[in-house]
Design a protein around this ligand. Structure first.
Ligand code: ZN
Length: 303
């Protein structure tokens, strides 16, 4: 019985400023796909892996960035390589960036900022020093953690609006960081190489939410995709993906919605005994040539 190595990508893009290190350059992505294609069978995430007796590789993307359509799709088509894209549906067709990119955008620009930012509402009170870029990056990290664990999207939107006003910055996202448009999502969905899976609506930790909250996040993202793509959605990936970000309720809700397999960010290889709701993946960094080959060899040593 073969093992399966699921690779995790987020972005394929020539952008330079990527404070989250989520981006692989198009040149490196092409080298990586060529290498994978010439060394391993490339399987689809949703297919039954127990039928394969060789080690295989699966390509996955999280979030649904527009660059998956612009830069990754042409390369996947050129090499006839299938991939699954897990989309956070609340961002489809938005002119605003994903919340983590939005906090980075408003706080790391090369302009003068006030000396500090005070956030106060009925639950939270923080004061952040904002005089230097380093200090503001610290604020980005701190806000990232709060937003990821707090599912109250309205509260977060109020904060973001407050921070934009404070910084004197509008809400239009940077073109290169935007999520897919509806038309791009539909084109991706119609490509014979792409499977679309769900990745919640708002991209918050599911592990921090009530069962009802999870039912909304999982259910509404699956329903939206089924409606706009006109087909059944049966795969899912958990935002942030480590074991604190999902729980037994998550498995129950996924199963009720007809999800057959769900991807985590637990580093490892899939083996036949694995729980289908805890599929391990390994995140790919911006590497080419020898460095990528070494990375792949290390992946197979994970067991
Ligand atoms: Zn994600």
């Amino acid at each position: 019985m073969g093992r399966v190595l699921c690779l995790l990508y987020h972005r394929v893009n020539p952008v330079q400023d990527d404070i989250y290190h989520l981006t692989v350059s198009p040149d490196h992505f092409e080298e990586q796909i060529q290498y994978v294609k010439s060394h391993f069978p490339v399987l689809r995430f949703e297919e039954d892996w127990t039928r394969s007796n060789r080690d295989g590789v699966v390509i996955t993307f999280d979030d649904g960035y527009r660059d998956n359509y612009e830069h990754a799709l042409p390369i996947l088509e050129k090499y006839h390589v299938p991939a699954t894209i897990f989309v956070s549906t609340g961002y489809v067709d938005s002119s605003q960036e994903y919340w983590w990119d939005e906090i980075a955008r408003v706080l790391t620009r090369d302009v003068d900022y006030p000396e500090q930012f005070e956030l106060r509402d009925s639950l939270y009170h923080y004061i952040w020093d904002t005089h230097s870029l380093e200090a503001r990056k610290e604020m980005v990290r701190s806000l990232h953690w709060i937003l990821k664990m707090d599912p109250d999207v309205e509260r977060a939107n109020l904060w973001l609006a407050q921070i934009r006003t404070w910084a004197g910055i509008g809400n239009e996202g940077r073109e290169e960081n935007l999520p897919v448009s509806l038309r791009q999502l539909q084109e991706l969905g119609h490509s014979e190489y792409i499977t679309i899976g769900a990745h919640t609506v708002n991209h918050r930790s599911l592990g921090a939410q009530t069962k009802e909250g999870q039912q909304y996040e999982i259910g509404a993202s699956v329903n939206f995709l089924e409606r706009v793509l006109g087909r059944k959605i049966n795969t899912f990936s958990y935002p942030f993906g480590s074991s604190v970000h999902f729980n037994q309720d998550t498995f129950g809700v996924c199963s009720q919605k007809g999800i057959i397999k769900a991807a985590t960010t637990a580093k490892g290889l899939w083996k036949e005994s694995a729980n289908p709701y805890v599929i391990p993946r390994v995140e790919v960094k911006d590497k080419g040539g020898k460095e990528f080959e070494e990375f792949m060899e290390e992946c197979w040593r994970l067991g």
